[in-house]
Every structure is written in structure tokens, then in C-alpha cells.
Ligand binder design. Structure first.
Ligand code: ASP
Length: 430
């Protein structure tokens, strides 16, 4: 989902000095400080007199996760409504776009689950952090899934953090509001405008609150890493390293899938696609935000790759709002990784639920830094995985977010390229 431009917001004008340190650097500093504190507190052999202090170190991470869980549903709701009310999607191209988005996201999740099932990164460090929450057994029940998709009350999914029901509500209202808007425009009326404005403002408000929470992430990282090192030494980080390798491998496979689709489904040569798109990939990597990269993506698709403006707009401006393949892949892999880490097998049925919720969670993920972490809470909840383990992932999210954002952008560019078809633009223009 896109987010309103906040570059001119008063909040960004006069920032105190510590907020001007890039978040990545803050997290790196937090990591270094946490490792030192963790070693000082025992590095796996903590003294019993420090037990309370060590446990309290996890409090910032618990609070950040609680806030992220609370923000996930309003973020998805307003982001879907905002996109549906404000974007322009022509009929047949819209259907093609939908099929491409769904197929690419499904492939991304399957690639992620495949790599996580084969490499089993969660078993590499052989660590089980004690938890009080157990996974609740769920088996594959397609009829039950459909029944569960319909909420009992309109606001219940917001309260229950149920992502599938929430998307059903958001899509229903979004599609109806969109229809009403075009009817009113056809009749020369504009009564839809206040609703559109309110949704836009709510969206910006949720994104700003999210930014407050994200500003606290370095404290969460400090606390959780210091606590983990103090209590368990460095063993847990072995499996986290394996997880990073597994995610990078899966993202690389997904990139290969895109290049294959570009080669066989469009007139563009894969090398030209890679070279022409490099500015967009780098912008995505350096900002961790596909929204920030959006203007660059749109530009390079036309000027460097040579696509028609309509295809570039559909993939890079419209599709980008719903299409977050890298995020979907990452969320599914994270669920599997944590289930391996805590020794709780996710059955095939549960993995299907992970696929479905990851699709919805990635549709609802805003195109801003760390948004995948927010909606991941919903994927975990759907299969009963304890969300407090997301705190471990927070420590590596600053890096993996950059990588999956680059893949999100590459996915949007692939969709544009496929929509452009097998005939180059200059054939039309000749
Ligand atoms: N940062 C990603 C993006 O902007 C979203 C995510 O956190 O996965 O595309």
C-alpha cells in the first residue's frame, strides 16, 4: 500500500539530533551495545542475582510488538480503502494485473516455504527459548477457511486481529466506495470527496504513529539482544544467521523466476531489465521503502527499459500498492523458521493457512520500512505461533527489509514488463 507523502510534514522539519542518525546506524549501535551488555551479564551463564534485570531487558521489545500488533489492522484497513478509492485501474488490464499479482505472490511464498523446509534454518542453532504460549493444532479445512473469512460483526476483525476477515471487509467497502465514486463523478457530483479525504488523513495518521513505534525499534533490539546473549550466549544467533542465508537464497530464486518470466513473457531482455532497473532496485534497497522508490521505478521502466507509459503505470503505481512478493515470501519463511526454532511442527494444513494469510498480509503491508514486521503478527496469530518471537526477527529486519523491498520493486517491474507484452513500444509508434 502506498502512503501519503510526508516529506513536507512539520515533524520532518526540525528533528532533534538523535533522530537525524539513520535508523540502520541506530540499530547497529544498539546491537553492539547489547552484545557488550549481554557479555557483561554472563553470556550464557548469568548470575541468579541479575535474573530480574535480564528479564526486564525484554520489556521494550514486548511493548514495541504490542504496538505493532495493535497498528496492524487499522493500517491494513485504511491502506486498502485508500488505494481502492484513489487509484485508476482500467477494466481488462485490471483483470490481467490481478492474475499476475496473485500468481507472482503465490510463487514467492512457495519459494520461501520450499527453501525454509529444505534448509530448516530454525534447527541450525539448536536453541529453544522457553515460552508460555503453545501452538494450537490446526488442520487443513478449506470449508472452514471460507466460513472463517466472513466475520460475525463488521468491527470484529479489527478487535481479533484477523487478517483474512479484515481484508474481506476492507475489499468490500473499498470496492463499493470506488463504485460510488465513479457513479458520482459520472453524475457531476462530489459527495464522495469528504470520505476520500478522511480516509487519506487516517492513513497518514496511522503511518505517523507507526513511525513513532519504529523510532523505538533500536531500544527493542538492544533489550532483546542483551537479554538473549546474557541468558543463552551466542547460540541463538547461529540459527538467525542461517535464517538470513535462507531468506537471501529464496529472494534470489524469486529474482530468477522474475527474469525467466520477463524473458519468455515480454519483449524485454532480462539483462536490459536488470541494468535498466538498477536505479530502482538501489533506491528500494537504500530506503527500505517501495513507496519511496515508486517515482524512480516508474521513470526507469519508461526511459531505461522502454515500456509504454500505461504498462509502467499499472505495475509500478497501481500494482505496487498491492504487490509485495518479497514481503509475502519473508512472512511465510519467518513463520516456518520460528516454528522450527521452538520445535513445533507446522503441518501441511497450517502451511496452507500461512500461504493464505501471507498473501493477505502482504497485500495489506504498507510500502514503508518495516511494514512487513507489522503484518507478520497477523500471520503468526493465524497458526497460533507466539508473536513474542518476532522480537528475535526485529534484530535482523533492518537488513532483510532492504533486500525484500528490492524484490518487491522488482516484482512490480516484472508485472509492468509482462503487461507490455511481446511487442516493443517503437513497433506501435513506427
Ligand atoms: N519495506 C517494504 C516495502 O516498502 C515493506 C516491508 O516491510 O516488507 O516494500
Amino acid at each position: 500500500m502506498s502512503h501519503p507523502d510526508s516529506t513536507t510534514s512539520p515533524e520532518t522539519i526540525a528533528k532533534p539530533w538523535w533522530q537525524r542518525i539513520p535508523l540502520t546506524l541506530q540499530i547497529v549501535i544498539a546491537l553492539v551495545a547489547a552484545i557488550s551488555v549481554g557479555i557483561a551479564l554472563g553470556a550464557g551463564n548469568p548470575s541468579p542475582s541479575n535474573a530480574a534485570l535480564i528479564n526486564n531487558l525484554a520489556i521494550p521489545a514486548e511493548l514495541v510488538l504490542k504496538a505493532l500488533r495493535a497498528l496492524a489492522t487499522p493500517l491494513i484497513l485504511v491502506a486498502v480503502l485508500h488505494t481502492l478509492m484513489t487509484t485508476n485501474i482500467p477494466g481488462t488490464a485490471g483483470r490481467r494485473l490481478f492474475v499476475l499479482l496473485l500468481s507472482n505472490t503465490t510463487v514467492a511464498i512457495l519459494v520461501g516455504l520450499f527453501v525454509a523446509n529444505v534448509l530448516r534454518p530454525g534447527t541450525w542453532g539448536n536453541v529453544v527459548t522457553p515460552t508460555t504460549t503453545q501452538i494450537t493444532g490446526q488442520s487443513l479445512d478449506p470449508w472452514g477457511l471460507i466460513k472463517d473469512a466472513v466475520p460475525e460483526a463488521v468491527l470484529k476483525p479489527l478487535v481479533d486481529n484477523n487478517v483474512i476477515q479484515l481484508i474481506v471487509i476492507a475489499l468490500s467497502f473499498g470496492i463499493v466506495l470506488r463504485g460510488l465514486k465513479s457513479e458520482q463523478i459520472a453524475q457531476g457530483k462530489n459527495a464522495y470527496q469528504p470520505i476520500e479525504d478522511v480516509i487519506g488523513i487516517l492513513f497518514e495518521a496511522v503511518v505517523r504513529i507507526l513511525n513513532w513505534v519504529i523510532a523505538l525499534v533500536p531500544f527493542a533490539v538492544f533489550g532483546i539482544v542483551a537479554k538473549t546473549v546474557a541468558k543463552e550466549g551466542f547460540t541463538p544467533f547461529q540459527s538467525l544467521g542461517a535464517f538470513i542465508v535462507a531468506v537471501l537464497l529464496a529472494l534470489l530464486l524469486q529474482a530468477c523466476y522474475y527474469l525467466t518470466r520477463v524473458k519468455f513473457g515480454s519483449w524485454v531482455q532480462p539483462l536490459k531489465f536488470l541494468a535498466g532497473g538498477s536505479d530502482a532496485f538501489l533506491t528500494a534497497f537504500s530506503t527500505s521503502s517501495s513507496a519511496a522508490a515508486m517515482p524512480v521505478t516508474f521513470e526507469v521502466l519508461q526511459t531505461k527499459i522502454g515500456l509504454r507509459e500505461s504498462s509502467a503505470a499499472l505495475g509500478a503505481l497501481v500494482g505496487a500498492n498491492f504487490n509485495n512478493d518479497g514481503t509475502a515470501l519473508y512472512e511465510a519463511m519467518s513463520a516456518l523458521y520460528i516454528s522450527q526454532l521452538i520445535g513445533q511442527h507446522l503441518s501441511l494444513g497450517q502451511q496452507v493457512i500461512v500461504i493464505l494469510t501471507s498473501i493477505f498480509a502482504s497485500v495489506g503491508a504498507a510500502n514503508i520500512p518495516n511494514a512487513g514486521l507489522v503484518t507478520m503478527t497477523l500471520v503468526f496469530t493465524s497458526v497460533g505461533l507466539p508473536t513474542q518471537y518476532i522480537a528475535l526477527l526485529v534484530t535482523v529486519d533492518w537488513f532483510l527489509d532492504r533486500c525484500r523491498t528490492a524484490i518487491n520493486v522488482m516484482g512490480d517491474m516484472t508485472v509492468s514488463t509482462l503487461l507490455d507484452g511481446k511487442k516493443p513500444r517503437f513497433v506501435d509508434e513506427a
